[in-house]
Design a protein around this ligand. Structure first.
Ligand code: DAK
Length: 261
């Protein structure tokens, strides 16, 4: 009811679909998002997942109308809106955010959890929670300083001001900026490319890069080297290198899945 899901070849698309509320992230939407991610993760034909919204809003935050009447005990006893919010960071497949319009509060936190952030020129980011008397609850005070540095993160978190796409790109939140009318087309090209690459290796790269935040350099380097050694046992690695030497495009397993369909 609150999201649209669509599989296109080996890409899983999830579109937030509450246009009248600027895709505010109500509890029902987060439950649907969790189940869509579960399905795409379990689906072996899917190599890459895309999260997007509408042209004027990726998501304007958690649903303030839903939260407003709640008391501390209401949210504490039920662990309100917590479980669904953790699902995205557990994805093993690459998750790409394609952001147009507002990505505020919880919407910005979802962006902070994604692996690549493609943003339209009209995208706007920010953490306005302080302006409705609350604070981030899905990682904004933890991930944003790591992504942007403390100076920029606290500037945003303590003022609730909005940041345009150029500032977001300069600050390290956004990977690439594209013209607003080309967002979906550019997004499609990007994810089709990623989803055609060896899925097991994508997961290894993502996992190694993500775990670097919690490891010392030496621990991380050792883990990376073990993972690299492991790739030499993979048929897709053998095919990739053979294809390079034979001067032809590789035929990875992920592509042969497509061919069989
Ligand atoms: N919640 C509910 N409805 C929202 C909404 C939101 N966050 N944002 C917009 N809407 C609704 C508006 O109420 C309005 O509905 P009607 O009045 O037509 O029924 C409709 O969307 C259009 O909005 P506006 O009329 O305000 O549109 P404008 O273009 O004038 O302004 C805006 C757009 C995005 C600047 C403005 O709507 C705005 O400031 N929205 C609120 C942004 C905000 O404060 N977001 C932070 C919410 S707090 C946690 C996980 C996450 C969180 C917390 C805990 N856990 C895991 C524990 C996150 C918290 C938050 O995000």
């Amino acid at each position: 009811e609150n999201i649209l899901v669509k599989q296109k070849d080996n890409v899983g698309l999830i579109t937030f679909n509450r246009p009248k509320a600027l895709n505010a992230l109500c509890e029902a939407l987060m439950i649907e998002l969790t189940s869509a991610l579960d399905d795409y993760e379990a689906n072996e034909q899917i190599g890459c997942i895309v999260l997007t919204g509408s042209e004027n809003a990726f998501a304007a935050g958690a649903d303030v109308k839903e939260m407003q009447p709640k008391s501390f005990m209401d949210v504490y006893k039920r662990n309100f809106i917590t479980e669904g919010w953790e699902r995205l960071v557990k994805c093993r497949k690459p998750v790409i955010a394609a952001v147009s319009g507002y990505a505020l509060g919880g919407g910005c936190e979802l962006v902070e959890m994604c692996d690549i952030v493609l943003a339209a020129e009209n995208a706007v980011f920010g953490h306005p929670e302080i302006r409705v008397g609350t604070m981030p609850g899905a990682g904004g005070t933890q991930r944003l300083p790591r992504l942007l540095g403390m100076a920029k993160a606290l500037d945003l978190l303590l003022t609730g001001r909005r940041m345009d796409v150029r500032e977001a790109e300069r600050s390290g939140l956004v990977s690439r900026v594209v013209p607003t009318d080309l967002l979906l087309e550019e997004g499609r090209k990007l994810v089709a490319d990623i989803a055609s690459l060896p899925g097991e290796v994508l997961t290894l790269i993502k996992h190694n890069a993500r775990s670097s935040a919690n490891l010392t350099l030496n621990e991380g380097l050792r883990k990376e080297r073990d993972a690299f050694h492991y790739t030499l046992s993979l048929p897709d690695r053998e095919e990739g290198m053979r294809a390079f030497l034979e001067k032809r495009p590789p035929r990875f397993n992920s592509l042969s899945i497509l061919k069989d369909r």
